[in-house]
Design a protein around this ligand. Structure first.
Ligand code: 5GP
Length: 177
C-alpha cells in the first residue's frame, strides 16, 4: 500500500472546507424539512463518512438507512451498469426521502436510485451529494444539496476509494497513479 501522506500533498478539498460545507448543508436541510418525517438513505460505500457527518449536522430526529449499489469495478472508469448489492429496508411511503451520494459523476447512479426509490411512493425525493462533476446537467438531474463542483479529476478520500483504498482520508485528494 502506498503511504497515505503521499495523497495529503494533492489535497483538492481540505478537511476544514468539507466540515464547513457539511454544517451549512445540514442547517439547510433542517430548515427545509421542518418537522416533516424524513428518511435519509446513504448510498454505500462512498457516502459513509459524508453521511455520518451530515446526519450529525441535522439537528432533528430522522430515520437512517443505507443502500449499496455497484457501478464501478476496481478500475477508474464507469461500467455503465448500476445494480443493487444491498437494498434499504425502512418503509418510506409518505415520508420525505433524501438520498446521500458521495459524487454525482455520470449521473447513472442518481437516475437508478431516483427510479428505484420513487417506486416506494415517498412524499418527496431529493439528493444530497458531497461532489458534483461540472459536466452534470443539473436541470436534468437536480441535485438539491451539493457541497463542491469538481472537474474531470479522479478523487479519493472522505469515503471515496481507489481500488478499495484511501476512503479514510479526512479530505478529498486528486488520485494520481
Ligand atoms: P455515477 O457515474 O453513477 O454518477 O457515479 C457512480 C459512482 O462512481 C459514485 O457514487 C462514486 O462511488 C464513483 N465515482 C465517480 N467518480 C469518482 C471519483 O472521482 N473517485 C471515486 N473514488 N469514485 C468515483
Amino acid at each position: 500500500m502506498q503511504d497515505r501522506n503521499e495523497y495529503k500533498q494533492r489535497v483538492l478539498i481540505s478537511e476544514k472546507q468539507i466540515r464547513e460545507s457539511v454544517q451549512v448543508m445540514g442547517q439547510r436541510i433542517a430548515a427545509d424539512y421542518g418537522e416533516e418525517p424524513l428518511t435519509i438513505i446513504g448510498c454505500l460505500k462512498g457516502s459513509f463518512i459524508f453521511m455520518a457527518d451530515l446526519v450529525r449536522a441535522i439537528p432533528r430526529s430522522l430515520h437512517i438507512d443505507f443502500i449499496e449499489v455497484s457501478s464501478y469495478g476496481n478500475d477508474l472508469s464507469s461500467s455503465g451498469n448500476v445494480r443493487i448489492v444491498k437494498d434499504f429496508k425502512h418503509p418510506v411511503q409518505d415520508s420525505h426521502v433524501l438520498i446521500v451520494e458521495d459524487i454525482v459523476d455520470t449521473g447513472l447512479t442518481f437516475d437508478f436510485l431516483f427510479e428505484h426509490i420513487q417506486l416506494k411512493k415517498p412524499a418527496s425525493l431529493e439528493i444530497a451529494a458531497l461532489l458534483v462533476r461540472s459536466t452534470v446537467d443539473l436541470q436534468k438531474r437536480p441535485v438539491k444539496y451539493h457541497g463542491f463542483t469538481i472537474g474531470e479529476e479522479f478523487v479519493v478520500g472522505y469515503g471515496l476509494d481507489a481500488a478499495g483504498l484511501y476512503r479514510n482520508l479526512d479530505h478529498v485528494a486528486v488520485f494520481e497513479q
